[in-house]
Design a protein around this ligand. Structure first.
Ligand SMILES: [Zn+2]
Length: 331
C-alpha cells in the first residue's frame, strides 16, 4: 500500500493533482485515516505495533508530499517567470516619443540665441500694476496710445500684463546699468481672431549702457544678425514706426520666406513679412526708473508669429488647440 502511494505522489504532475492525492490518503475520509479508525478493533497487545506502523506510514507520506510540493512549486515559479519574461533590450518601434510644442521650441531657440550673446533672461509677474505696465513705459493715464493694447483689467486696478515690457522696468529698477536682458513670457490682450489670441508669448530685449556706447546702428546690426539666424538668408528692412516707449522706433520686415519677395497670399503680395518692433529707449522711460546719462535700445516680438512662419502654420489659434494631430508633426 505505502509503496503504491509514494509512487503516485512521485508521479503527480501538478500541485492540484498532489493536493487530491493528499486528500485521498490523509483527508478526513482518506484511506490512511480510515486505517486509524480500525484501531479500536485491534486486540490490545497488538495496538502499539499497529499504531506505530500507521504513524510511520503517515510520516513517510507526509514527507513525500512536502518534498514533491516544494519541487512542483519551484517548477511553477520557473514557468511563471518564463511566461512573464520581458526582453528589455528589444526595440519597440511603436513607442511614441514626446516633442516640444512649436511655441516652446521657438521660444527656446530665440532665448538660446540671445543667451549666447550674453543677454540675461529675466522674469516678472503676470498680474501687473499700472505703473510697471503703462506709466513707467511712457504711457501716462488717458494717453491715447493705451488704446493700442486691449487690456484685461482686474477689479483693484491691476492688469494682466499686455506686454513683457514691465519686466524691463522691474530689472532697471533693481540693477544698475549696463544691462543686456531678454524677457520671454505670456502676455494678455482682449483679442481673438485668425491672427490674435487672448494669451500669447513675447520676447523683449533691452540693452542699456553709457550714452556714447549705444546707437541705432548697434540695434540694426543685432536685429539683422538675429533674423538671418532664425530665417536664413533673408533681406531685412526697417520702417519708421511709433511705440510710446522708444524714439525713434522702427518696425522690421524680412523678405517673404514663402515667395522670396515675389508676392504671395501670406505676405499680402507685398513681398515682405513684418516680424518685430524695436527702437531707441525713450528718455521718459529712463526718467521713470531713475537712470541718468545712459542710452539703450529695445526690441519685442511675438513668439507665435515666429513659430507660424518657421513651421508654416496658417491659423494662430491652432497653436493653442492642443490637437495631437498637429503637434505630432513636430516630433
Ligand atoms: Zn510672400
Amino acid at each position: 500500500m505505502i509503496k503504491e502511494w509514494l509512487e503516485k505522489i512521485e508521479a503527480s504532475s501538478s500541485l492540484e493533482v498532489l493536493e487530491n492525492i493528499r486528500i485521498e490518503i490523509l483527508g478526513k475520509k482518506g484511506v490512511l485515516t480510515a486505517q486509524f479508525a480500525k484501531m479500536k478493533d485491534v486486540p490490545n497487545e497488538q495496538k502499539k505495533a499497529f499504531a506505530q506502523n500507521l504513524n510511520e506510514q503517515k510520516t513517510k507520506v507526509h514527507e513525500a508530499l512536502e518534498n514533491k510540493k516544494t519541487l512542483l512549486m519551484a517548477i511553477a515559479l520557473n514557468e511563471q517567470l518564463k511566461a512573464e519574461h520581458i526582453d528589455v533590450t528589444k526595440f519597440n518601434s511603436t513607442a511614441k516619443t514626446a516633442a516640444f510644442h512649436p511655441v516652446l521650441d521657438t521660444m527656446d531657440k530665440i532665448t538660446t540665441y540671445f543667451q549666447n550673446l550674453n543677454f540675461s533672461v529675466e522674469e516678472g509677474p503676470l498680474v501687473e500694476d499700472d505703473f510697471h505696465n503703462f506709466e513707467a513705459l511712457n504711457l501716462p493715464k488717458y494717453h491715447p496710445a493705451r488704446d493700442m493694447q486691449d487690456t484685461f483689467y482686474c477689479k483693484d486696478g491691476a492688469v494682466l500684463r499686455t506686454h513683457t515690457s514691465p519686466v524691463q522696468i522691474r530689472t532697471m529698477m533693481s540693477v544698475k546699468p549696463p544691462i543686456r536682458m531678454i524677457a520671454p513670457g505670456n502676455v494678455f490682450r482682449k483679442d481673438f481672431d485668425i491672427t490674435h489670441t487672448p494669451m500669447f508669448n513675447q520676447i523683449e530685449g533691452l540693452v542699456v549702457d553709457a550714452e556714447d556706447k549705444i546707437s541705432f546702428a548697434n540695434l540694426k546690426h543685432v536685429m539683422v544678425e538675429f533674423l538671418q539666424h532664425m530665417f536664413g538668408d533673408v533681406e531685412v528692412r526697417f520702417r519708421p514706426s511709433f511705440f510710446p516707449f522708444t524714439e525713434p522706433s522702427a518696425e522690421v520686415d524680412i523678405s517673404c520666406i514663402f515667395c522670396e519677395g515675389k508676392g504671395c497670399r501670406v505676405c499680402s503680395h507685398t513681398g515682405w513679412l513684418e516680424v518685430l518692433g524695436c527702437g531707441i529707449v525713450d528718455e521718459n522711460v529712463f526718467k521713470a526708473v531713475g537712470y541718468k546719462d545712459v542710452s539703450g535700445y529695445a526690441f519685442g516680438l511675438g513668439i507665435e508669429r515666429f513659430a507660424m512662419l518657421i513651421h508654416k502654420i496658417g491659423d494662430l489659434r491652432s497653436l493653442f488647440d492642443s490637437d495631437i494631430r498637429l503637434l505630432g508633426q513636430f516630433r
